[in-house]
Design a binder for this molecule. Structure first.
Ligand SMILES: Nc1ncnc2c1ncn2[C@@H]1O[C@H](COP(=O)(O)OP(=O)(O)O)[C@@H](O)[C@H]1O
Ligand code: SF4
Ligand SMILES: [Mg+2]
Length: 339
C-alpha cells in the first residue's frame, strides 16, 4: 500500500483577469503521508491558499488548471463514488457533484475566520449534529453523545453548556475549537487548515495549534497546515514544503529543514527570522521582492533574487532532486548550497 494519502503532482493553474493572466501555480508537487502533519510555508501571495482551493475544487470560475494531478488514496471516497478496483482518485477529474462527496466529508477545511464556518442562527449542538447526521447517519441520543465527545476532544468544557450556545456567545478561540470539532465530526482522512489561528489572539494561537497536532497524532487523519509562520511549523509539523512564487522549492522533514536548509530561498527565509542573538544588520535578508505573477521570471522564478543564479537558471526550470532521505530540493546549483 502507498504511504501517501495525497499526491499533488506538477499542478499549474492561472487566473484570467481583465489585465491579463496571473500564473499563480507553476508546477506544484508534494505529497502528504497517512497520519502526518505536513506544513506548507511561504510568504503571502506564493500560492498556498490557491493550492488548497485546487485540492478542494473551490477555485473561482476565472481560474484554469492547465496541467497536473491531485491523487487521493482514499478507499472510502472510491466507495462513495461507486468506483471499482484499487488506486487513487484524481480530484482534478471529478465533477462538481462528485466533489460534494469529498468536501467536508473526506477532506475538511478549517479556514482563518471561524465565524465564516459557523451559522449564527443555530446552536452549536445543531451544527455539529447536522454534520453527524448528513455524513455518518447518526441522530437522536447517539448524535447528542457524539457532539459532547467531540466538544470534549477539543477541550471545550463544560461540553453540555457549550453545546447549547450560539456562536456569538463564544470567544474566537472557542469558535475555532468548535470548527475543528465540526471538521473532525465527519471523520475525514485529510484536514486542511489555512492559517487557522491568524484571526485569534496571539496568546491562544499556540494552544489551538497544539490541540490540532495532538488530535491528528491520535487519529487516522492527516493535516495539511498552511502558514507563513515558521515558528508554528517548527512546533507542530512532521514534514515541510517551502513555496516560492507558485511552486514548492524544498521539501524535508522538519528537523532537516531547520538544521540544514538547502534552497537559497529557504535559507534566506530562515535567516530572516529574528532571534535574540542576532542583530538586524547581521541578518541575511533576501534582496528584491516577490515577482509579479502576471510576468513571472523565466526559468527558476527565484533567479532575480538569487546570489547563486547563472545563465542556466534564467532559461531552464530546475527539477526536484532527492539530496538525502526525506530531503528534496528544486535548484540547478543545490550542490553549492549543501552544508
Ligand atoms: N481570484 C483571483 N484572481 C486573480 N489572482 C488571484 C486570485 N486569487 C489569488 N490570486 C493570486 O494568486 C497568487 C497566490 O495567492 P494565494 O494562494 O492567496 O497566496 P497565499 O495564500 O500564499 O498568501 C497571488 O499572486 C494572488 O494575487
Ligand atoms: S535554480 Fe538557480 S536561481 Fe534558482 S535557486 Fe537554484 S541557483 Fe538560485
Ligand atoms: Mg493564503
Amino acid at each position: 500500500m502507498s504511504q501517501n494519502l495525497l499526491v499533488v503532482k506538477d499542478v499549474a493553474m492561472h487566473f484570467h483577469t481583465e489585465d491579463g493572466e496571473v500564473f499563480a501555480l507553476d508546477g506544484v508537487s508534494f505529497e502528504i503521508r497517512y497520519g502526518e502533519t505536513f506544513a506548507l510555508v511561504g510568504e503571502t501571495g506564493c500560492g498556498k491558499s490557491v493550492t488548497a482551493m485546487t485540492i478542494l475544487g473551490l477555485l473561482p470560475p476565472q481560474a484554469s488548471v492547465s496541467r497536473g494531478e491531485v491523487l487521493f488514496h482514499d478507499d472510502t471516497l472510491r466507495r462513495r463514488l461507486r468506483m471499482t478496483g484499487p488506486g487513487p482518485v484524481d480530484l482534478l477529474k471529478l465533477s462538481n457533484r462528485q466533489m460534494l462527496k469529498l468536501r467536508g466529508v473526506r477532506i475538511a477545511l478549517i479556514s482563518q475566520d471561524p465565524s465564516s464556518s459557523l451559522d449564527p442562527l443555530y446552536r452549536i449542538e445543531a451544527q455539529i449534529g447536522e454534520v453527524l447526521n448528513t455524513h455518518r447517519g447518526i441522530d437522536g441520543k447517539k448524535a447528542k453523545e457524539e457532539v459532547l465527545r467531540l466538544l470534549n476532544s477539543v477541550e471545550l468544557a463544560p461540553a453540555e453548556e457549550i453545546a447549547k450556545k450560539y456562536p456569538h456567545q463564544l470567544s474566537g478561540g472557542q469558535c475555532q475549537r468548535v470548527v475543528i470539532a465540526m471538521a473532525l465530526a465527519s471523520q475525514p482522512s485529510l484536514l486542511i487548515a489555512d492559517e487557522p489561528t491568524t484571526s485569534l489572539d496571539v496568546s491562544i494561537q499556540a494552544e489551538i495549534l497544539e490541540l490540532m497536532a495532538e488530535l491528528i497524532r491520535g487519529s487516522n487523519t492527516s493535516l495539511l497546515l498552511i502558514t507563513h509562520d515558521l515558528a508554528v511549523v517548527a512546533e507542530v509539523s512532521d514534514r515541510v514544503g517551502v513555496m516560492y512564487a507558485g511552486s514548492v522549492c524544498e521539501i524535508a522533514d522538519v528537523r532537516s529543514l531547520f538544521a540544514h536548509p538547502i534552497h537559497p530561498y529557504t535559507r534566506g527565509l530562515l535567516a530572516a527570522v529574528p532571534s535574540i542573538t542576532q542583530r538586524k544588520a547581521e541578518m541575511d535578508y533576501i534582496p528584491g521582492s516577490v515577482p509579479d505573477l502576471m510576468h513571472p521570471p523565466a526559468g527558476c522564478r527565484f533567479h532575480p533574487r538569487c546570489k547563486y543564479a547563472t545563465e542556466v537558471c534564467k532559461g531552464r526550470k530546475p527539477k526536484m532532486v532527492a539530496v538525502e532521505t526525506e530531503h528534496y530540493v528544486v535548484c540547478h546549483h543545490y550542490a553549492a548550497c549543501l552544508p
